[in-house]
Design a protein around this ligand. Structure first.
Ligand code: ADP
Ligand code: MG
Ligand code: MG
Length: 250
């Protein structure tokens, strides 16, 4: 589904990614871990097409299509979803109404008609039940006064409604409490199917107590320096990142 080959990127002239190789297939959950400043968020943002980075080499393709020159909206319409680290507050617009607009805009860009009100309601009902989201929550103003857990619930609801092919959740700097972690993890686990894939980016092993990744990659100094199964995350929790640095330097 996603293929990244020798990706190199800079920001303000400084090299941040130094040759990333990553392949994600349908049905897989990948965790990307690594110390602060390693380049994890940069990688997520570049996959989503955010423009403050300069890609200076390499390839990014989605389902065989080169997406490197597409803008974030075009990538979103092809099924790339990046969680919002700093969600906007929109007073007077409910969670549900925001979602209806987002879905119909996506459909329009894909050349499809608006979803009927009946289908929309059915989908909202199904997804909110799956994720155990209270009806009252859906009528609240978007992000207004949301707790950390509620912001995550909203994000996961958006992900459920948009049914992305590739979801990227960047949790690194958000200081998730245990409730928020569970919400994210349950969402990822419930939305997983054989046709979609998820990349979970985290500094902490804790999240992976709830999400069982198929692959774990360690990003360090702009490179993936180690990949393994879920046992790699456990090892990182026990031993920290220093041994990785030593291995890389040796
Ligand atoms: P991580 O998510 O792994 O903590 P980031 O991708 O956020 O790492 O950052 C990688 C490096 O890029 C860091 O050295 C950081 O200071 C730098 N960086 C990230 N964003 C910017 C920016 N907007 N301007 C300048 N430097 C940046
Ligand atoms: Mg960081
Ligand atoms: Mg980060």
């Amino acid at each position: 589904m996603l293929k990244i080959k020798d990706l190199k990127a800079t920001i303000e002239g400084k090299e941040i990614l130094n040759g990333i190789n990553l392949e994600v297939n349908p049905g897989e959950v990948h965790a990307i871990m690594g110390p602060n400043g390693a380049g994890k968020s940069t990688l997520a943002n570049i996959i989503a097409g955010r423009e403050e980075y300069e890609v200076i080499g390499g390839e990014i393709s989605l389902e065989g299509e080169d997406i490197a020159d597409l803008d974030p909206e075009e990538r979103a319409h092809r099924g790339v979803f990046l969680s919002f680290q700093y969600p906007v507050e929109i007073p007077g617009v409910s969670v549900t109404n925001f979602m209806k607009t987002a879905i119909n805009e996506t459909r329009k860009a894909q050349g499809k008609d608006d979803m009927t009100a009946k289908d929309m309601l059915k989908m909202i009902r199904e997804k909110s039940e799956l994720l155990e989201i209270d009806r009252k929550f859906l009528s609240r103003s978007l992000n207004e006064g949301f707790s950390g857990g509620e912001k995550k619930r909203n994000e996961i609801f958006q992900m459920a409604m948009l049914e992305p092919k590739l979801a990227i959740l960047d949790e690194t700097d958000s200081g998730l409490d245990i409730d928020a972690l569970r919400i994210v993890a349950n969402g990822v686990n419930k939305l997983k199917n054989k046709d979609n894939a998820t990349i979970v980016i985290t500094h902490y092993q804790r999240l992976l107590d709830y999400i069982v990744p198929d692959f774990v990659h360690v990003l360090y100094n702009g490179r993936i320096v180690k990949s393994g199964g879920k046992e790699l995350a456990l090892e990182l929790e026990k031993r920290g990142y220093d041994w990785i640095k030593e291995e890389v330097e040796a």
